[in-house]
Design a protein around this ligand. Structure first.
Ligand code: HOZ
Length: 431
């Protein structure tokens, strides 16, 4: 049995019950701990940078509900906004004023987005963006990158990252071969391969979709010129460039990764931070493209709960609070402090590591050398990662239960949290 859980714990009992009624006992595969072994714990409540499991154990949390909790868990400003919105009604299926406010804010903060449609998840955002790109360009081929994950969209579950990678199924059963055939995959950071694909099939390509900062196969970065090259190729060949900023949007900078890199995509997918922890997604871009959506255009896309008033209220409150408190500056300072602590610890170990960070997102690979794509990331020693994960968890620090996920800091992480984490990590690594 793994050290995480004992058979009599409340979490163990809940997991046994969950397995009876829910496939694998979880509602999203990465939660099942298969990437690290053992069984997941169940969370009872969360506040700030901390979570409490069903057995009352307190943990410092670096998952932050996979990104949305940028102010930490349950910040008063978001809870108050949600409470007030709930009292006005949970869902209308009729346009509501906060949808307009959210759309205005997104368009103001992300200049490449002139119009935006709100949906309920990142998966919906990428699925709809791909359909829109196909409808707008009247082409069918989509290009994605190995290890990039864009939710569980049929066309994009080809060589995918995140849970798909953790569970050894980057190509899902149930995706028709005929559909997968319309998806071309390329290694990330391979500009020559992208040029070659466009030279051969440029006229078929509706869109290139990517995480401008891939964060679902660990975390790595574009080489200088790579994103610019893709922008140029798409423009030259009449394909749309789609940035999946579900994780990086409003997190790595107010205007997302596209602001950091100075690249203008045609379409952008958003989620996570813009919902403040409630289910939300969005996709937007140039007005002429977005106007191809129904009811103005021929590309159908819809949703009963889209623009849900609670999600809008939560997202607006969180984004405004980030802006009001100079949140991105705070997160960078915190990230730098966290990184300094980690590097101190790593120096004391006798093995090779690669530590990547951008703002409040980070990843520690258990290998040396450089990491620029999925193949590099897969060199990481996953067994060593799993041992590290469980030692940290036993010490009271919760990192994502997979080598192939990013970690997240929030403005609620304190210096004491970072110090305790460094201590526990040092012990876990035998430093
Ligand atoms: N990497 C995923 C989010 N981008 C993890 C969340 C999940 O699959 O449940």
């Amino acid at each position: 049995m793994h050290p995480t859980i004992d058979n009599h714990s409340r979490s163990a009992q809940l997991f046994a019950a969950a397995r009876r009624y829910i496939p694998g006992g979880v509602n999203s595969p990465v939660r099942a701990f298969r990437g690290v072994g053992g069984e997941p714990f169940f969370v009872q409540r969360a506040a700030g940078a901390h979570i409490w499991d069903a057995d009352g154990r307190e943990l410092i949390d670096y998952v932050g509900t996979w990104g949305p909790a940028i102010l930490g868990h349950a910040p008063a400003v978001v809870i108050d906004a949600v409470r007030a919105a709930a009292e006005r009604g949970l869902s209308f299926g009729i346009p509501n004023p906060d949808e307009v406010e959210m759309a205005r804010l997104i368009c103001d903060w992300v200049p490449s987005i002139q119009k935006v449609r709100l949906v309920n998840s990142g998966t919906e955002a990428t699925m709809s963006a791909v359909r829109l790109a196909r409808g707008f360009t009247q082409r069918e081929r989509v290009v994605k990158f190995e290890g990039c994950y864009h939710g569980h969209v049929d066309s994009l579950l080809v060589k995918a990252g995140s849970g798909a990678l953790t569970h050894g199924q980057p190509d899902s059963a149930g995706v028709p071969a005929a559909l997968a055939e319309l998806t071309s995959t390329l290694p990330f950071n391979d500009a020559a391969a992208a040029r070659a694909l466009f030279a051969e099939r440029g006229r078929e390509i509706a869109a290139v979709i990517l995480e401008p900062i891939p964060a679902n196969a660990g975390l790595y970065f574009a080489r200088p010129g790579f994103l610019e090259g893709l922008r140029e190729l798409c423009t030259q060949h009449g394909a749309l460039l789609i940035f999946d900023e579900v994780m990086t949007g409003f997190r790595v900078a107010r205007g997302g990764a596209q602001e950091l890199y100075g690249i203008t995509p045609d379409l952008t997918c958003l989620g996570k931070v813009i919902g403040g922890g409630l289910p939300v997604g969005a996709f937007g871009g140039r007005a002429e493209i977005m106007d191809a959506l129904s009811p103005d255009g021929p590309v159908y896309q819809a949703g009963t709960l889209s623009g849900n008033p609670l999600a809008m209220a939560a997202g607006l409150a969180q984004l405004r609070e980030l802006e009001r408190t100079d949140g991105w500056k705070k997160l960078e300072a915190l990230g730098a402090k966290f990184e300094a602590g980690v590097r101190e610890v790593l120096k004391k170990t006798r093995r090779d590591f690669v530590f990547h960070r951008v703002g409040s997102m980070f990843c520690l690979f258990f290998t040396g050398g450089e990491i620029f794509n999925l193949a590099d990331a897969q060199r990481s020693d996953r067994a060593a990662f799993a041992r590290f994960f469980h030692a940290c968890l036993a010490g009271g620090v919760y990192f994502a239960p997979s080598q192939f996920e990013a970690g997240f800091l929030s403005t609620a992480h304190s210096e004491a949290d970072l110090e305790k984490t460094a201590e526990i990590a040092a012990r876990a690594l035998g430093a």
